[in-house]
Design a protein around this ligand. Structure first.
Ligand SMILES: [Zn+2]
Ligand SMILES: [Zn+2]
Length: 363
């Protein structure tokens, strides 16, 4: 199944980049897969997305995957035409797609039609853009923060439809699991969760500083202090050794050298109040695991359950009533996370390849 790799720059993955599982794989990333069949459901048609989909189709010509990209393109164009019924180029694209051709010739024609549909000229025309070697596309953070993206259809980024952003909920739930398995205290977990939520909602809008220089929140390195400063909470102090201190427990703000200055932007007292309340509530929900499980998490949990039930090793250990294993299994059932330290003893004993083979393919 073909899928679009989406890079979500609004997630504070860098803070946790060093967190790895036994196989050296990052525990928390900011890349998410959207199957082609879900693209029109998940994203508004934007120029950047349509061009990206056609570039994927070209790269896959001659394989069955090319058709799934063109199917996604057709659904996105149907969405566009429903809102812009007078756009002749888009309507012509749909007619072409309905002919059922799936070769590089038709894709070139679709790119030319997309030039007309967008009205762009010069190097920025869809047909003049070269497929990027890096298949990742960034989500439009403006739009995700419920702000307005001025570029609308002409935007080169992705505009997600569901502003609750399901993949982010997965990220935060996973983050809570990782922090818990790393034996952080409840207070620390809550603080880090709130910091991560703040990062995704206000990271590019809010300026923090504890001395003369200042930076957007998302450009600072993680410290305990940065959220305290952003929300003017008690405990905020100046970093005792600016430029030298690298402690994450620092009550100050760490701004990497060379970070550009910008026009300071702070939350109003009312915004601070409502942000504090919503961060507290949302962080609590993620930490306590009361968030509704996403379809991906449910599928993952089911795969884990099925595997554990059929694993002879797991049976042996379960039958020996190993209390640690029982705890681990209970945790696995509730969290859907396998790569954490807490589960390592179980995973080390089984054939990982076979485990991966039991995970159902994405729809
Ligand atoms: Zn945009
Ligand atoms: Zn410091």
């Amino acid at each position: 199944m073909a899928s679009l790799t989406v890079l979500d720059m609004g997630l504070d993955f860098k803070t946790y980049a060093t967190y790895r599982d036994d196989h050296g794989r990052p525990l928390l990333g900011n890349q998410f897969q959207y199957p082609t069949a879900s693209l029109a459901r998940s994203f508004h048609p934007t120029c950047g997305l349509l061009v990206g989909v056609l570039h994927h189709a070209i790269a896959q010509v001659g394989t069955p995957l090319a058709q799934s990209w063109l199917d996604a393109y057709r659904l996105l164009q149907i969405d566009f035409v429903s809102q812009h019924p007078s756009n002749a180029a888009a309507a012509t694209s749909l007619q072409k797609l309905n002919q059922g051709r799936c070769d590089s010739g038709v894709i070139e024609e679709l790119l030319i039609l997309l030039d007309q549909q967008t009205g762009l000229s010069g190097n920025n025309m869809p047909s003049q853009r070269r497929p990027t070697r890096d298949p990742k596309l960034a989500l439009c953070n403006l739009h995700m923060a419920a702000g307005k993206c001025n570029q609308d259809f002409l935007c080169n980024q992705l505009h997600i439809k569901d502003l609750s952003v399901p993949h982010r909920a997965e990220f935060f739930a996973h983050l809570a699991d990782v922090l818990r398995h790393r034996k952080n205290s409840e207070d620390v977990i809550m603080h880090r969760m709130k910091d991560a939520l703040f990062f995704s909602r206000f990271g590019n809008r809010v300026t923090v500083s504890d001395v003369a220089s200042q930076a957007q929140f998302f450009k600072t390195s993680f410290t305990i202090g940065r959220l305290l400063h952003a929300l003017s909470l008690p405990g905020a102090r100046a970093c005792p050794a600016p430029g030298v201190c690298v402690s994450e427990d620092c009550p100050g703000v760490h701004i990497p050298g060379g970070t550009p200055q910008h026009r300071p932007l702070r939350l109003s007292p009312q915004e601070v109040m409502s942000a504090s309340i919503s961060l507290e509530e949302d962080a609590m929900a993620f930490v306590k695991g009361k968030v509704e499980a996403s379809p991906t998490t449910l599928k993952w949990n089911a795969a884990v359950d099925a595997f554990v039930q059929h694993s002879p090793q797991a049976h042996r250990r379960r039958n020996s009533s190993d209390p640690v294993l029982i705890e681990t299994l209970a945790a696995a059932g509730g969290s859907g996370t396998l790569s954490d330290e807490g589960f390592t003893p179980l995973i080390k004993e089984v054939d990982t390849k076979r485990f991966e083979a039991t995970i159902p393919e994405s729809p």
